[in-house]
Design a protein around this ligand. Structure first.
Ligand code: RB5
Length: 148
């Protein structure tokens, strides 16, 4: 899978762990930064990751900040993005199965690395279920179009 990755300083260390894990699993990763613990503004990075998924450069995105909240707010402003903030594996799987989430966000200050990787693995392993969920995702996509 081709995956866009990003974080601010609050998610930098977890992003680095995730990057190595994804590469080891054979995924293609583009790292949109940040590249150090120096303070930076999460909206800029989240926006770049989200655009790269929305325009098809990458099939999925993963964005980390301190809480996962700020980056998910930003990513969900980009038409075509369905970003899911998940801190448990049940939600991660459901976000794929029900919502066809194309971006996963997590908070480095909220969960440990082991759980974060389990959540990521679960999120990557589940397909969209379609069926009745397809109709609902279509409604989400039609809302995007209202604001174009
Ligand atoms: C940065 O201090 C922090 O606000 C950011 O990482 C994130 O948690 C925002 O939602």
């Amino acid at each position: 899978m081709s995956i866009a990755l990003g974080s601010d300083h609050g998610g930098y260390l977890l992003k680095e762990v995730i990057k190595e894990w994804l590469k080891k699993k054979g995924h293609i990763v583009e790292d949109f930064g940040t590249h150090s613990l120096e303070t930076c503004d999460y909206p800029n990075i989240a926006y770049e990751v989200a655009k790269s998924v929305a325009d098809g450069r990458h099939s999925r995105g993963v964005i980390i900040c301190g809480t996962g909240i700020g980056v998910s707010i930003v990513a969900n402003k980009v038409p075509g993005i369905r970003a899911a903030l998940c801190h448990d594996t049940f939600s991660a799987k459901a976000s794929r199965e029900h919502n066809d989430a194309n971006i996963l966000t997590m908070g480095e200050r909220v969960i440990g690395r082991g759980l974060a990787l389990e959540i990521l693995e679960a999120w990557l392993s589940v397909d969209f279920a379609g069926g009745r969920h397809e109709r609902r995702v279509d409604i989400i996509n039609s809302i995007d179009k209202d604001f174009k």
